[in-house]
Design a protein around this ligand. Structure first.
Ligand SMILES: Nc1nc2c(c(=O)[nH]1)N[C@H]1C(S)=C(S)[C@@H](COP(=O)(O)OP(=O)(O)OC[C@H]3O[C@@H](n4cnc5c(=O)[nH]c(N)nc54)[C@H](O)[C@@H]3O)O[C@H]1N2
Ligand SMILES: Nc1nc2c(c(=O)[nH]1)N[C@H]1C(S)=C(S)[C@@H](COP(=O)(O)OP(=O)(O)OC[C@H]3O[C@@H](n4cnc5c(=O)[nH]c(N)nc54)[C@H](O)[C@@H]3O)O[C@H]1N2
Ligand SMILES: [Mo]
Length: 661
């Protein structure tokens, strides 16, 4: 982003054409930072909870003193691992991730493993291809067939759409596979609205047809694919008729899809994150990935699997998935023992030592993690809670002390990406409001008060000056051969950047081949060595108590629980609603605009209905990220359940009923 500051205020945000992936500039949310940076709702001083439950401003000295007294008391009583250090996916960055260094100096802490976002797909990809990397974003323009599978790029990856458009203008076909008719689907030549959670079955059925019709790349398979013979025999039972019955897609649609996949090359599959939020989704992603392998659509321009690009995650543990798995080799300091997907339940069950203190930073776990009720219970059970936040979120409202957070314009950092291959400098362009300190300064102040070793503290965290921060960043970047001066000049391609991933057909798996057969899948996750499909854990039953499938996708108007509080966004998306197909509404005597209860045994939401003729009947949809205070925290309905691999969260394995309120 190129930002213009006038008189200490942000006045304009534009694109940076040097970043070839995002030249058009920001979406609505990016533009809304003009409002957000100076929002009157921002927390601009520490807040202390009062006996009556309200918050009152307090000084930094008092806030640090209060927190330090609690930390010392609870560490003495239970040891340092009584502290839960929880971070989410709010602003990321090389420096922004420095908190763990503080907690190590404190003596240790407890933290989470897994992730809310993408791990089932990451692990499926790693098992199959050996690494999570993909062709350059703009390479998509060379595809002749683009399959947007459970991905709504028009809302969640807006910068991908110009590449899709240009490919399409050059004659490419576009397929969308999604239970909802999304904005992305408006571009599609073919939309397959399958039953949620059945993607694995569809993929195995497509494999069946590709093998049956000889639409496979024998030369590629012989040299580079492990387990094809076993796979070809396993897909034998996945006939179009059986797959149609499972997916609720017409046989003709399945045949048409297979015809496209088998005959149009090069093909890129762009799988999203939505379809890997099920208990069966790692295996489903492996089944989908097999389609690239058997058609030879890997390691070629315009071809491949565009899921996640970790090329720029040069300083994140996600690079090494082993890091995200429990049990972590015990270093006696950090206990990595809570499943992010089961945060509430695991907080309540933790013993030896029990959790008594939480520090939350860059995340809003109460509405965003599964099973909101349990997460609230987990937080309320603690003796003391600190939340570092820009706004009074649902999680901040549970705190004993809220510390104000700087925003991304107020401290220099280096950032990577999920999808594009650039590392970028994010220089400080605004002074934080007078009462706001960046996390580094919060930790330094707390460290001094706790009597942590000055030298160690100084080695772990930079000082407040720009020079100190730049030295710190430079030291971290040096091993990568990147300098701050280079980054100052503009976006820098990651040293790991490849225009075409897996070019030369080198796959860093144990066998060096694409592994349709993976011994590690069985050994690590207890799933079959070959891709397979089984029903998701929670299946809506027609005629049962909870017959509807609830989807909680992302929206162009927010990033998860962020931005919804701004006027700019409110104008576009004033209030939450539940989308329902008129057929399902009529069966419940519900009219457009009626207030309904959306509920299951875990919770209930009361929302107005909006008809959506483009939704697959049997599904309802509420975008995730609304706050409890807005009455639409969707995770009141979900259960803390992990995906079959990678310790992701199976948000979409979730059945509900809808009734007039
Ligand atoms: N505007 C905006 N952009 C974002 C975000 C945001 O909050 N707002 N969040 C960012 C983050 S952290 C993430 S993880 C990504 C996520 O972005 P996406 O990958 O697009 O993920 P979702 O929106 O969760 O789901 C995408 C689609 O999957 C569909 N879907 C649900 N269940 C199934 C299924 O069983 N099968 C199939 N085939 N499709 C299914 C949903 O209907 C939805 O349209 O977006 C990123 N970009
Ligand atoms: N039901 C359902 N639930 C979902 C999903 C879904 O599809 N369905 N999607 C999941 C996914 S993919 C994700 S990634 C998660 C996201 O969930 P979270 O990781 O909790 O992320 P956000 O909701 O974006 O909240 C981030 C918070 O960090 C704060 N913040 C931003 N920058 C900073 C900073 O520099 N310092 C500090 N201290 N705070 C900062 C913001 O104000 C914001 O309140 O939600 C997950 N939850
Ligand atoms: Mo995410």
């Amino acid at each position: 982003m190129r930002v213009t500051v006038e008189g200490g205020r942000l006045v304009r945000i534009e694109g940076v054409p040097e970043n070839r992936a995002t030249p058009e500039g920001p979406c609505l949310k990016g533009l809304a930072y003009v409002e957000r940076a100076h929002s009157p709702q921002r927390i601009v001083e520490p807040l202390r909870r009062q006996p009556d439950g309200s918050f009152a401003p307090t000084s930094w000295d008092e806030a640090i003193e209060t927190i330090a007294v609690q930390l010392e008391r609870l560490r003495t009583a239970h040891g340092p691992q009584t502290v839960l250090y929880y971070t989410g996916s709010g602003t990321k960055g090389l420096l922004n991730g420095c908190g763990m260094a503080f907690w190590r100096l404190f003596g240790g802490c407890t933290t989470t493993y897994g992730d809310l976002c993408w791990p089932a797909g990451l692990e499926a990809t790693r098992l199959t291809l050996g690494a999570n990397t993909h062709n350059a974003p703009w390479d998509l323009e060379r595809a002749r067939l683009i399959v947007l599978w459970g991905k709504n790029a028009a809302e969640t990856n807006v910068h991908q759409m110009p590449h899709v458009d240009r490919a399409q203008a050059a004659g490419a076909r576009v397929v969308v596979i999604d239970p909802r008719r999304t904005e992305t689907a408006e571009r599609a030549d073919l939309l397959a609205q399958l039953r949620p959670g059945t993607d694995g079955a569809l993929a195995l059925g497509l494999g069946h047809l590709l093998v049956r019709d000889g639409h496979v790349d024998q030369a590629f398979i012989e040299r580079h694919v492990k387990g094809f013979a076993e796979y070809a025999s396993a897909v034998g039972e996945w006939t179009p008729e059986r797959v149609a019955a499972i997916t609720e897609l017409p046989v003709a649609t399945i045949e048409a899809l297979a015809q496209l996949l088998g005959t149009v090359k090069p093909m890129t599959i762009v799988p999203g994150f939505g379809m890997q939020r099920f208990t069966n989704s790692g295996q489903s992603m492996r089944a989908m990935l097999a389609l690239c392998a058997i058609t030879g659509n890997l390691g070629r321009p315009g071809a491949g699997w565009m899921y996640a690009n970790l090329q720029t995650q040069v300083f994140s543990p996600v690079k090494d998935p082993i890091d995200c798995y429990p049990p972590k080799p015990a270093d006696g300091i950090v206990r990595v023992s809570l499943s992010t997907a089961r945060l509430g339940r695991d907080m309540l069950a933790t013993a030896d030592p029990p959790l008594t203190f939480a520090w939350v930073e860059r995340g809003n776990p109460i509405p965003q993690n599964p099973e909101t009720t349990k997460v609230i219970e987990g937080f309320r059970r603690l003796e003391f809670r600190v939340v570092v936040e820009e706004f009074l979120t649902d999680t901040a409202r549970e705190a004993d002390v809220v510390l104000p957070a700087k925003n991304l314009f107020e401290q220099t950092d280096v950032i990577g990406a999920y999808w594009h291959p650039y590392l970028q400098l994010r220089p400080k362009v605004l002074e934080p409001p007078p009462g706001v300190k960046p996390e580094t300064e919060i930790y330094r102040a707390l460290g001094h008060r706790l009597g942590l070793d000055d030298g160690e503290l100084a080695a772990a965290l930079p000082g407040p000056s720009e020079a100190s921060i730049e030295d710190w960043l430079s030291a971290k970047l040096a091993p990568l051969g990147i300098s701050l001066d280079q980054l100052r000049a503009g976006p820098v391609l990651s040293p790991e950047f490849e225009e075409v991933a897996f070019a030369g057909d080198r796959f860093p798996t144990p066998s060096g081949q694409v592994e349709l057969w993976s011994d590690e899948a069985r050994a690590r996750w207890g799933v079959p060595e070959l891709p397979s499909w089984q029903e998701p854990g929670e299946r809506p039953e027609r005629g049962g108590r909870f017959p509807l499938h609830i989807l909680t996708p992302n929206t162009k108007n927010r990033i998860h629980s962020q931005f919804g509080n701004l006027d700019t966004i409110r104008r576009m998306a004033p209030a939450p609603f539940v989308a329902i197909h008129p057929v399902d509404a009529r069966a419940r005597a519900v009219r457009e605009g009626d207030l309904v209860r959306v509920f299951n045994d875990r919770g209930e939401l009361r929302l107005p209905v909006r008809f959506d003729h483009g939704l697959k009947p049997g599904c309802v949809a509420i975008t995730n990220g609304f706050w409890l205070t807005e009455g639409a925290a969707v995770n009141l309905l979900s259960q803390g359940r992990e995906t079959d691999m990678g310790h992701g969260a199976a948000f979409h394995d979730n059945a509900v009923q809808v009734e007039r309120a």
